[in-house]
Design a protein. Structure first.
Length: 360
C-alpha cells in the first residue's frame, strides 16, 4: 500500500503535461486538461470510491517526516516555474485564436491554481523557511501573495464564524461568496499586517510591510516575463500580461470555489460575545474520494487540516463524524457553479448533519 500511495501523489504532475500536449495538439486538444480534471478524475473517483483508511498512529511520526513527501511538493515549485517559463516562450512564438486562448488559459489556471495554490497552501503552514519561501513564490505566480498572511493568521483563526470572509453562509451562492472572500481576505490581510508592524513599532509605508511587497512582486514578475517574451519575439508581446492576469483569475477563482465548498454553512458555537469554541473536525466539510485526494495532496481531508493545521498532507485523517461531501472537489466545483443545484444537493445534507451531529 505504501508504494502505490507514494505513486498516487505524483498524479498532480499529469496536469501540466496535458496542458503542454493539448497545446501542441492544437484546437480542441486544448480541452484535454479541462476534460481530465472535470470528467476523467470524477469518473475514476466514482469507480474507485472512498478511501477512509488512516495512517496508523504508531506510524505517523515516521510517515510524517519522510522526505519523499516533502520532495514532491518542492519538485512541484520548480515544475510550476518551468511551466510558466514555457508559456513565455509560447506567447513569444505565436498568437492564439480565441478558442485556443480561452482553453489554454483555463488549462494553465488549473495547473497554477488547482495544484499550485494547493501546494502553496500545504507549504505555507510549515515552519521551515524554505517551505515558506516556496509557498510565497508559488502564490506570486497567481497574484495572490496576501493569502500567505490571511490564510494562516486570519482564516484559521476565524473559520466557521461570521468574522471569516472565506466561510460561506448557508444560502449564499458561490458568485456572491467570490466577492466576499476575495475582497474581504485582501482587506483583512492588510489589517493583520498593520497590526504586526504596530507591535514592532514599524511604519506601514516601508518595505518591511509584506503587503506592499506582495502587491509589487507579482507586477514585477509579470513585467519581467513580458520583457523576456518580447525579447524572444522581437516585438512587444502585449498578449502575455493579459494572459498572466487571466490565468491568475482562473487560479484565484478555483481557490475561492474550494473555500466555498470546504466551509459552506459551517458555524462554531459562540461561547461568549465574540469568542467561539475551538475549531474541531466538525467545522469543515470532508471528502475522502480516493483519486481526487491524491491529485490534491489530501486537501479534501480538510476537517483534519483545520483541526491540526501544521500536519503534513500524507498523514491527514478521515473523520467520519465530519460533514461529508457527496463527491470530490472537481465535481463539487461544477455543482457550485450552478447555485440551484448546489442548494438542492447540499442544504438537505447540511440540515440533516446539523440535526444528527451538532445538536444531538
Amino acid at each position: 500500500m505504501g508504494f502505490f500511495r507514494k505513486i498516487g501523489f505524483l498524479s498532480a504532475f499529469i496536469l501540466p503535461a496535458l496542458v503542454i500536449l493539448g497545446y501542441y495538439g492544437g484546437g480542441a486538444w486544448n480541452l484535454l486538461s479541462i476534460a481530465f480534471v472535470f470528467l476523467l478524475v470524477p469518473a475514476i473517483d466514482y469507480l474507485t470510491g472512498l478511501d477512509t483508511r488512516n495512517v496508523p498512529e504508531e506510524l505517523k511520526p515516521m510517515v510524517g517526516e519522510e522526505y519523499y513527501y516533502r520532495f514532491v511538493t518542492y519538485a512541484w515549485a520548480f515544475i510550476q516555474f518551468g511551466f510558466i517559463g514555457w508559456t513565455v516562450y509560447i506567447f513569444a512564438g505565436r498568437s492564439l485564436g480565441l478558442f485556443e486562448w480561452i482553453t489554454f488559459t483555463i488549462g494553465v489556471g488549473l495547473v497554477t491554481g488547482g495544484i499550485g495554490i494547493t501546494v502553496a497552501h500545504e507549504l505555507g503552514h510549515k515552519k521551515s523557511n524554505i517551505e515558506k519561501f516556496y509557498s510565497q513564490a508559488l502564490l506570486m505566480t497567481v497574484c495572490y501573495m496576501h493569502f500567505f498572511i490571511e490564510h494562516n493568521r486570519g482564516h484559521h483563526v476565524n473559520v466557521a464564524t461570521p468574522n471569516d470572509p472565506a466561510t460561506a453562509s448557508k444560502g449564499q451562492d458561490a458568485y456572491r461568496f467570490w466577492w466576499q472572500s476575495v475582497l474581504g481576505s485582501w482587506s483583512h490581510a492588510w489589517t493583520l499586517e498593520k497590526e504586526r508592524l504596530a507591535r514592532l513599532n514599524l511604519s506601514p509605508s516601508g518595505f518591511h510591510n509584506r503587503m506592499l511587497v506582495y502587491t509589487l512582486l507579482p507586477i514585477l514578475f509579470c513585467a519581467l516575463l513580458t520583457v523576456i517574451s518580447s525579447q524572444i519575439a522581437g516585438r512587444w508581446v502585449w498578449e502575455f500580461p493579459v494572459f498572466f492576469i487571466a490565468q491568475s483569475l482562473v487560479a484565484i477563482s478555483l481557490l475561492e470555489l474550494v473555500n466555498y465548498i470546504e466551509h459552506y454553512g459551517m458555524l462554531r458555537h459562540e461561547i461568549s460575545p465574540g469568542h467561539y469554541e475551538r475549531v474541531n473536525p466538525l467545522h469543515s466539510w470532508n471528502s475522502s474520494h480516493r483519486v481526487s485526494n491524491f491529485f490534491l495532496f489530501q486537501l479534501q481531508r480538510h476537517s483534519d487540516h483545520h483541526y491540526h493545521a501544521s500536519k503534513r498532507y500524507q498523514v491527514l485523517d478521515h473523520f467520519e463524524e465530519s460533514p461529508q461531501l457527496p463527491f470530490g472537489y472537481p465535481t463539487m466545483i461544477l455543482v457550485a457553479l450552478v447555485p440551484p443545484l448546489w442548494f438542492r444537493l447540499i442544504d438537505p445534507r447540511l440540515v440533516a448533519w446539523q440535526k444528527n451531529t451538532v445538536v444531538a
